[in-house]
Design a protein around this ligand. Structure first.
Ligand code: SF4
Length: 315
């Protein structure tokens, strides 16, 4: 069996705060296959962005394992960590905040090549120009500053920067959420084209289910620091088995990107605090099917269909 490009195995990440311990991730396992997209959805505060930071090795984990193409990278530090940085890159939500306002686009795109000692000055300039072509921007943009560009153009620059080191995986954390609807569709199609031509994989994190459906081969659903359902896109979309996934789907009936966003109010009750998650199944305080067993016993993440995994006693 081929190893996934990225695998998280039973990963937990807790943060100690003045108010107590925030259990941002608890026993999370997921796979991103080579050249494919895993869409990661869930309400704000469910732990999606912590998954992104773990995948990027921007934060250490308290338990579990991170594997990149079969290799355990969980505890890599220093130069050993620097060696794998080019292979996993990230595109953030807000391109205005993620680009240096005082650096020209050319300098911004050249920076990763300098840090990782790739090519001489002429080769780097040519690489910058070629990458601007690739993301649909004019080569003259290299001389502009970020504030001279539109939001969509800035996000194309952020994508180009992520591509400069030929990564195998790009983590997109709400990468199109800040864009206008019309621009969003263009950027999503650019990401799909790049995946097709370059063979890169995406961990695509979004609260917008329709966008995730448009982009993904597989979908993982998170609730309060745990993955509750994961499987092939159509299986999860057409036959969701976890009550939380079903509630999310009910709030996003359209498959058109951006057509309708997740409505938090469509799921009964408040999202409990990750400082003190409910006992048993963490969704039991909001689940219409909860039983006494659900309140006491945490369901095991179990394969219920072909590569379709669910954590629910009644799935
Ligand atoms: Fe609902 Fe029980 Fe399933 Fe949790 S385990 S989702 S509470 S039915």
């Amino acid at each position: 069996m081929t190893e996934p490009l990225l695998a998280l195995r039973h990963v937990s990440r807790h943060y100690r705060t003045q108010g107590g311990t925030v259990r941002a991730l608890d026993d999370v396992s997921l796979n991103v296959a080579h050249g494919q997209t895993l869409g990661l959805v869930g309400e704000s505060g469910c732990g999606k962005s912590t998954v992104a930071r773990v995948a990027m090795r921007l934060t250490d984990v308290d338990a579990g394992e991170i594997r990149l193409d079969g290799e355990d990278i969980t505890t890599r530090q220093g130069r050993a960590l620097d060696d794998i940085r080019p292979r996993v890159q990230m595109v953030f939500q807000d391109p205005a905040a993620s680009l240096n306002p005082r650096a020209t686009i050319g300098k911004t795109l050249e920076a990763p090549l300098i840090v990782h000692r790739r090519g001489n000055a002429a080769a780097r300039r040519e690489r910058v120009a070629a990458m601007l072509d690739k993301v649909g921007l004019h080569r003259d943009m290299a001389h502009r500053l970020p504030h001279e560009l539109s939001g969509g153009q800035r996000q194309r620059v952020a994508i180009a920067r992520a591509l400069m080191l030929d990564p195998e995986l790009i983590v997109c954390d709400e990468a199109v959420s800040a864009l206008d609807v019309s621009v969003r569709a263009q950027v999503l199609n650019l990401l799909l084209d790049l995946r097709e031509t370059l063979g890169i994989a995406y961990l695509f994190i979004s609260h917008d289910l329709a966008v995730v459906r448009h982009m993904s081969d597989h979908i993982a659903v998170m609730y309060l620091g745990q993955v509750v359902e994961q499987g092939p896109r159509d299986a999860v979309w057409h036959s969701p088995r976890h009550p939380y996934t079903r509630a999310l789907m009910a709030s996003a009936p359209s498959a058109r990107p951006g057509a309708r966003r997740l409505q938090q109010a469509s799921i009964a009750g408040e999202l409990p605090s990750p400082l003190s998650p409910p006992s048993g199944c963490r969704f039991h305080t909001r689940c219409p099917h909860a039983t006494a067993q659900c309140r006491e016993l945490a369901p095991v993440f179990t394969e219920r269909g072909v590569d379709h995994w669910v954590a629910c006693h009644l799935a």
